[in-house]
Write a protein that binds this ligand. Sequence first.
Ligand SMILES: Nc1ncnc2c1ncn2[C@@H]1O[C@H](COP(=O)(O)OP(=O)(O)OP(=O)(O)O)[C@@H](O)[C@H]1O
Ligand SMILES: [Mg+2]
Length: 476
Amino acid sequence: MQATLLVVDDDRDIREIIRQVAEIKDYEVIEAEDATVGLEKMRTMAPDLSILDVGLPGGIDGVELCQQIHEIAPQHPVLIISGQATPEKAVEALKHGAFDYLGKPLNLEKLMLLVDRALSSAATAREIERVSDERKAVYGFDRLVGNCKQMHHVIDTAQKVAAVQFATVLLTGESGTGKELVAHAIHLASPNADKPFVEVNCAAMPETLLEAELFGYEKGAFTDAKQRKRGLFEVASGGTFFLDEIGEMPLNLQVKLLKVIEERTFRRVGGTQPLQMKFRLIAATNANLMEQIETGKFRRDLYYRLAVFAIHLPPLRERGHDTVDIAMHFVEKFNREFGKNIKGISPDAERLLTSYNWPGNIRELRNAVERAVLIGVGPYIQANDLAVLPMQESPAPSKMSMPESDIDAMLDNRDNFSIDVPQTGVNLEEVEKQLIRIAMRHCKNNASAAARFLRMTRETLRYRLKKYGIREEMEA
Ligand SMILES: Nc1ncnc2c1ncn2[C@@H]1O[C@H](COP(=O)(O)OP(=O)(O)OP(=O)(O)O)[C@@H](O)[C@H]1O
Ligand SMILES: [Mg+2]
């Protein structure tokens, strides 16, 4: 049985004839003679599509019935059929969410074609919804763990701006505080969630390239412009444009960006035609823009344009117990990834989590927990597993996340640890890959140090880094 169709018509012959053609196509048919019976069958038998006659006995016509059906099942496809040639009714039906309208005498072939089309478009809509739900689970606000007052404020503001179409947002906060995550969440909670999310890092490109990427260019605009190229502002049309590290944007381009925001139009490089700015701009930075304004590195006027909605992500060290909650969130995540079963965090590890000052914020916490889950032997993560030291003052940013003394201690203890292996077994290559990643991170990407850490020769490590593509990953 392909799908079930509900046919609501007071004319028994019409119902019968629709049943006959539909059954040839393997559809099951449910019949109803008026709106009340139709609604009842809609509720109890959950058909996949409805065919409704406009003129029905009993005071509720087909168009009203269509509305009532959509109150029960908003995505349910409805086809309206009618004996009276009333174009107003057709328009009204379409306005109330009917898929299409067909006059009587019925062209049955056409009706069946419409049934097929409506069903397949409903299936596509369901699929889009499913995918967007999945994306929301990955990037949406649900993924933002945070119960402290500041984070409530952040999430609350972000949800409010998300609802304002194309409103510009400025995200500030130290590295690793979640700016990118919030940018994605705003996009996914906005009315344009199914439109593109385009992101560009201003620090990653030289000025001329950045301009060409953002604005696009016309053929012949410069020597290499052999073909017209759409800029990323155009690609983002209808969606969100995420400009990361805006503090690194060259002053020249800042002027051009300001003009785009003010006039809500832009031109391709070498182009004359103005194009509409039809996207939400989210800018992010971990720099102190106020300081940069003072030193002339950032334009004050651009700052005020961007900061209409300014959201500041607080550093992790100011989020109190959130650190433990976020750590637990990562424990669960890495349990799943590594097939482990760590149950929680020991009290001394918890104390360490809340007293350490996390210069790398949540990214650093995530790395620390990843490592702890991987090497942890007992049911609870211990302070030692975290490889961080409680510090009152900020360490220099260049300092390794694992102190030398700890590495030495580990080297002394080299045979005194074991790795917990899940019942289901492990993929040795995967474990090796993880260990190499961890070693590289702790040694700040210094391959010689990481080789020593793993007790391999530099050549062996270099070979494995290449084999697993770890260097590219780290540089990304
Ligand atoms: N509140 C949170 N709950 C759970 N995970 C979080 C939270 N905030 C950030 N993360 C995770 O922490 C990591 C770093 O976050 P993100 O990349 O968004 O930081 P960022 O502010 O953009 O950093 P940078 O300035 O270095 O680009 C990501 O893996 C992100 O998923
Ligand atoms: Mg980022």
